[in-house]
Design a protein around this ligand. Structure first.
Ligand code: ZN
Ligand code: ZN
Length: 149
């Protein structure tokens, strides 16, 4: 379910101000372009898309904006695919969980019960392992891709 870009920007601005950070036009542009994408994008694809708004975007500005939105929980990075995607759950969760299609690259963000994270934490504590990133990335094939074959 895609929220309207203007609403997304308002929410992002609110979240930004609540955390005492600065909301800038550049950041708003990056998020707006991000919202126009149909799925997860690489930093290069995003930079390319931003050219429709700014003729000469600075890569560093775009990367910094992405990092900023990741800190706010509005954007997630899919490490295994090296792509960025908007949070689709308004971040009522502490980590991000993704189903990634290896066929078409489609990604769904799914809510995972706190219970599952508790189990993971328990198991890693038993091995005295400290988890840094609790995001789960699950690879497979989506319904569309499977039914084409
Ligand atoms: Zn999320
Ligand atoms: Zn697929």
């Amino acid at each position: 379910m895609k929220r309207q870009t203007s609403q997304l920007l308002r929410e992002a601005e609110d979240r930004c101000r609540q955390s005492g950070r600065q909301w800038t036009a550049q950041r708003a542009d990056v998020l707006a372009v991000m919202a126009d994408q149909t799925g997860p994008v690489t930093a290069y694809e995003l930079l390319d898309a931003i050219k429709s708004v700014h003729p000469n975007p600075k890569p560093a500005t775009v990367y910094r904006a992405l990092e900023f939105f990741m800190e706010l929980g509005l954007v997630h990075k899919l490490d295994s695919a090296n792509r960025f995607v908007l949070c689709s759950h308004q971040h009522q969760h502490h980590t991000a969980q993704f189903l990634i299609c290896d066929g078409c690259g489609h990604v769904d963000e799914i809510p995972v019960p706190a219970k599952l994270l508790d189990v993971l934490e328990e198991q890693s504590a038993r091995l005295d392992f400290e988890m840094a990133d609790k995001g789960l990335e699950i690879h497979g094939h989506c319904s569309n891709c499977r039914h084409q074959h």
